[in-house]
Write a protein that binds this ligand. Structure first.
Ligand code: GDP
Length: 472
């Protein structure tokens, strides 16, 4: 945009992060993570536990009795979809509880807190208000940032290069190589290529790979079927004729960047103050070393998005604004007995440290944790072959979504030393989290909440303290 445009935007950005129209401070908390990482469950449980805080002892403002009230408010952005908190909580708290519908696109919710003032003014001033705007968006979209400074040729080379190592990749590769990309564009061919490529991305995702860009191919939002989402990588061509398949694919790739990726970063991402990145680390560890390796790279890539200056495009839209805190949280820790949680946290810490180094990241404060937004299991220690085995017990979810049998599981041990999993000494053949983990898809447990009590969780209060504590 023009200089005038960016100046207006920077003034707006500064104005609405520091104060709301009525002068109350606003914290914009971004919640992201790849699909199925647990964003919807996290936001629903966080909000429920901020509204009813009996299970939030690690949130210091709550422990000190300074939170006088918490309530939901109409959100300030009229054109932004609202996070459907009530339906999601309804699903989790029904007599036959269900997991809520997962995040498909960006949405937002405003929760306001009334706080007893502290410090010098404590005695004289009235209650303070802080608004928390929670912004939910797919992590897949965040990874698209990596495309912004990549040409179609470079992106194609890189993408085609990793397809042979991924499930479903070979089928697309054969198709792309057989294509005469100099021929005039034929829409059904373009569609077929894009469809096969999308299939390969889905297969890679299912096999536990994290970096499956373009992100909109997995979660298209409302732009599904448009030309900007109907392209695919093709082997480089130096002088493809005008109107050829190759030229048109290149044009659509550029349209994807400028008309889909860019507006998301400009309108949503650029306004975030604090960020939580949810990571299904257990899923990746169970999927095996290639998935863990991919997760390491992906975390570094995510961090680059929060390193202003790393990317010319970002520098231009962020205009000096930066995210202050980023929490990487391993989700679904209720799949493990608490005796394993420290190991999971150590793995997350190692991954985060690594990602910081790889991304040469200096800036926001980063943290790592293992959490469960909604605890679906209870712990149980069972005798097994003369020893005591630490298990978790829960109700399995059938493939058709109905509740299955209740059972206790021991998903195996995580390595004591994260280097066994992540370091150069890792043994490719070593398998962490056994076969039990593969069937551990739990249904949410029926809840009987006492007044003032949110849903049971693991360390969501610590996560809230890290992300917001200093502003409450
Ligand atoms: P999203 O795609 O990031 O919005 O992911 P969701 O929040 O919809 O979560 C995806 C699935 O992960 C859920 O349907 C649950 O099966 C599972 N899940 C999410 N959070 C938890 C948790 O705290 N504990 C357990 N046991 N499962 C969870």
């Amino acid at each position: 945009g023009s200089i005038a445009d960016s100046i207006t935007r920077s003034v707006e950005t500064v104005a609405d992060t520091v104060t709301a129209p009525f002068g109350d401070p606003v914290i914009r908390l971004g919640v992201t993570g790849l699909s199925r990482a647990g964003k919807t469950v996290f936001i629903t449980s966080l909000v429920a536990n901020l509204l009813d805080r009996a299970r939030m002892p690690q949130l210091v403002a709550e422990a000190e009795g300074r939170i006088l009230a918490a309530y939901l408010q109409p959100q300030p952005d009229d054109t932004m979809p609202r996070f459907d908190y009530e339906s999601h909580l309804g699903a989790l708290t029904a007599a036959q509880p269900r997991w809520p519908e997962s995040t498909r696109a960006v949405s937002q919710l405003r929760l306001s807190l009334k706080l007893r003032p502290t410090g010098l003014l404590a005695g004289v001033s009235g209650a303070r208000k802080v608004h928390l705007d929670i912004v939910d968006y797919p992590g897949e979209w965040l990874l698209d940032l990596g495309l912004m400074d990549k040409s179609y040729t470079d992106w194609s080379l890189e993408t085609l290069g990793r397809l042979p190592h991924r499930p479903g990749g070979g089928a697309y590769l054969d198709m792309a190589r057989a294509e005469d990309a100099t021929a005039r564009l034929d829409e059904p061919r373009a569609k077929a290529l894009a469809a096969r490529f999308t299939q390969a991305l889905h297969s890679a995702r299912e096999a536990g790979f994290s970096d499956c860009t373009p992100g909109r191919f997995l979660l298209p939002g409302e732009k599904e079927g448009s030309p900007a989402l109907t392209f695919a990588p093709l082997p480089p061509l130096d002088d493809a004729p005008r109107q050829s398949l190759w030229r048109e694919m290149q044009r659509r790739y550029e349209a994807y960047k400028s008309q889909i990726v860019k507006p998301f970063f400009r309108d949503h991402f650029s306004r975030i103050d604090r960020q939580v990145v949810l990571v299904d680390a257990l899923g990746a560890i169970h999927a095996g070393p290639a998935a863990v390796e991919d997760l390491r790279r992906t975390m570094a890539e995510i961090l680059t998005a929060f390193r202003p200056g790393a990317n010319a495009f970002l520098r231009q839209i962020l205009l000096g604004k930066r995210v202050e805190k980023i929490l990487f949280a391993a989700t679904k820790a209720d799949h493990l007995h608490h005796t394993q949680h420290a190991r999971l946290t150590a793995i997350m810490e190692a991954l985060t440290r690594e990602a910081r180094d790889r991304a040469r990241f200096a800036g926001a404060q980063t943290g790592a944790m293992s959490i469960a937004a909604l605890r679906a299991t209870v712990e149980q220690t069972l005798p097994h072959q003369g020893a005591q085995l630490d298990c978790v017990r829960g109700t399995l979810l059938n493939a058709d979504g109905t509740r299955g049998r209740e059972a206790a599981f021991h998903p195996g041990e995580l390595p004591q030393d994260p280097a066994r999993l992540l370091g150069p000494a890792r043994d490719g053949a070593e398998k962490w989290l056994g076969d039990d983990y593969a069937i551990m898809r739990f249904a949410p447990a029926p809840l009987t909440l006492r007044p003032n009590e949110g849903p049971p969780h693991i360390r969501i209060d610590r996560a809230a303290q890290f992300l917001l504590g200093d502003r409450l």
